[in-house]
Design a protein around this ligand. Structure first.
Ligand SMILES: NC(=O)c1ccc[n+]([C@@H]2O[C@H](COP(=O)([O-])OP(=O)(O)OC[C@H]3O[C@@H](n4cnc5c(N)ncnc54)[C@H](OP(=O)(O)O)[C@@H]3O)[C@@H](O)[C@H]2O)c1
Length: 330
């Protein structure tokens, strides 16, 4: 019996092109002592994967070595086990790569309930959820009555951030790249305002939507929205720098806001990446599961099919063509 996996064979020049990957067919391996064999059912495609493809050794996680299976998180079921912590039939989630089967010693594998749909897990409990939860509760620390703005607001992280803030009694503004996405944010998710950063009068719309300024900024994109949002920040505001997707495929990233503005407004700006906080997954997962069960978090998943769809599919994220969490169903 054979399975397919996707190897990274070249670094991307700027954009992700098909020739940087090779789809390899191999025999399904047998797990050694202490190992399990996982059959993947769903893979998660995330903007961070662009960074993992680069050769940058100074980032928060080492680059994927050329020739290795491309790093990605996913969900699967243990189908053979030599590890008593993960008996056959256990459903697991972890960084198993773009692959149909994976061997694991169990390090970094999280056991997940079988009853939840895979889309709910990958959209809410997995990376988007824990990132939103950490950024909102540990970095921004919101208080009812404050005004929060989030970029890539209709995406997997941004949509959860905005809903968490609404549930805490904040005024929430989302920034997204299409009118359809903006409508989803206000009509379905209850955001107070949603602004399309591609509109010619974006800055005017932003000013009108934030009469009391902005206290909290959850930054997912960089790009054209960043400077006008920075200008609207209130004194002692907080900014969580979660992602800068507008910069990932550029030769050189834009410099960002002036330090003069940071001191004049006494801002607290904090970058964060989730691998530093993976030990908190069980705790965050519990909290997110409870929010989901209470109907406090809605999500939408954008599902593509077959492992081979992931090499082109990942670009949907950079083109803004994904509507919700981008998932590959195997
Ligand atoms: N720090 C961490 O540990 C961590 C963890 C997870 C994710 N992140 C970051 O969080 C951000 C969102 O990730 P996600 O998984 O939730 O993805 P996502 O929002 O579901 O998808 C990415 C979205 O980014 C927007 N986008 C793409 N290019 C853009 C540009 N040039 N300018 C403005 N917006 C652009 C697009 O939406 P529009 O149609 O609205 O343009 C696209 O749909 C990313 O920057 C990611 O790297 C960080």
């Amino acid at each position: 019996m054979s399975y397919r996996s996707i190897k990274l064979i070249k670094r991307p020049a700027l954009e992700i092109t098909n020739d940087i990957f090779e789809i390899v067919t191999q025999d399904i391996p047998t797990p050694a002592e202490g190992e399990v064999l996982v059959k993947l059912s769903h893979l998660s495609l995330d903007p961070a994967m662009r960074g993992w493809m680069s050769s940058d050794e100074n980032s928060y996680i080492p680059p994927v070595n050329l020739g290795d299976t491309m790093r990605a998180s996913g969900i699967g079921e243990v189908v053979e086990s030599n590890n008593e912590k993960f008996p056959v039939g256990t459903r697991v989630m972890g960084l198993m790569g773009l692959t149909e089967y994976a061997i694991s010693k169990g390090d970094g594998l999280n056991i997940i309930p079988k009853e939840l749909p895979a889309e709910a897990i990958l959209s809410v409990i997995a990376l988007p959820g824990i990132t939103s939860y950490h950024g909102v509760f540990e970095v921004l620390k919101p208080e009812a009555g404050q005004t929060l703005i989030v970029t890539a607001a209709a995406g997997s992280v941004g949509s959860l951030v905005g809903q968490m803030a609404k549930n805490l009694g904040l005024t929430v503004i989302g920034v997204a790249g299409s009118d359809e996405k903006c409508q989803w944010l206000t009509k379905e998710l209850g955001f107070d305002h949603a602004l399309n950063y591609k509109d010619a009068d974006f800055v005017e719309q932003l000013t009108n939507a934030t009469p009391k300024g902005i206290d909290l900024f959850f930054e997912n994109t960089g790009g054209v929205a960043q400077a006008p949002i920075f200008e609207r920040m209130n004194a002692h505001g907080r900014i969580a720098v979660c992602g800068l997707i507008a910069e990932y495929q550029k030769e050189e990233a834009a410099p960002g806001p002036s330090w003069i503005g940071i001191i004049k407004k006494r801002l607290n700006i904090q970058g964060f990446t989730m691998p530093d906080h993976f030990h908190r997954i069980p705790e965050y997962g519990q909290a997110l599961g409870a929010m989901l069960a209470k109907g406090e978090l809605k999500y939408r998943a954008h599902v593509i099919e077959g492992i081979e769809s992931s090499t082109d599919g990942i670009n949907l994220l950079f083109e803004g063509k994904n509507t919700g969490k981008l998932i590959v169903k195997l």
